[in-house]
Design a protein around this ligand. Sequence first.
Ligand code: SF4
Ligand code: SF4
Length: 271
Amino acid sequence: MEIDKKKCVGCGNCHAVCTIGVIYLDEDGKSVINQDECVECFTCYRVLRNEGYPPWFVRATRKILSLFRLGYLAEVDVCPTGALTPAELNWPRSIRAQFSDPTTTHPGTGIRGRGTEEIKTNDVTGRLRRGEAGLVVEIGRPGTGAFFRDIEKVAVALAKLKPQFESKNPITQLMVSPETGKLRDDILNEKALSAIIEMKIKLERIPEFLHALEQIQKEIDTVTSVGMGSKCLPDGTIPHEEWIRKAGYTLSPNGKTNIGLGRPLFKEEGS
Ligand code: SF4
Ligand code: SF4
């Protein structure tokens, strides 16, 4: 995203809606976007209506009002002069929008957003079978974001434990090799609002993976959140919970249960 300085009147409305907080007032009283940090989420452009006033009109109004010690205050949901200007995004910068703009369809997954359908459709797809856990690691979040160089550090640390990275996941598709977790070099200095690494592991290996994540978290310049899923046993117990407790962590009271009303495309062994 760019700001056309010829149009900007420095009202500051876009500062408040920026998901990363990277728009600031320049010395000339006009706003500017830190291009290194902007994740191209397009939120500022989508949320603020272009009121379409000519910049000279707003500046003149402001000047006249100031003579009477009055101020010009634009409505909070507008860019009064339409100064926010989406830039043409070429590779590799375009990857920022693919991971950060919910209206952009990811070319690798064909769906909007930065993940896959993960475990939500597991009753149909059978991606996770008994004895397995699905591990989802989200790196970055609104307000912080994540550089791909940090996402790579997490992927490399986990790859050493030989998980099965989800092939349909957009981060797996950016790996030079799932054996190393290394990402393509040309994207490492790009930034996203957040990205999700998805993998499948054996239940009993949950402690190893959680401890590795705790270690690597200290080496990255953003935040991570971890989600875990597994198939309920016939008695209704949730197998991964036991292993998370064994690893020394407490479970968050947030949970999702997929009640399995789909038509399975697979048959679980032994059932
Ligand atoms: S909302 Fe528009 S006019 Fe106001 S500071 Fe941002 S870019 Fe400039
Ligand atoms: S595109 Fe997103 S990150 Fe960039 S300036 Fe606008 S709101 Fe902020």
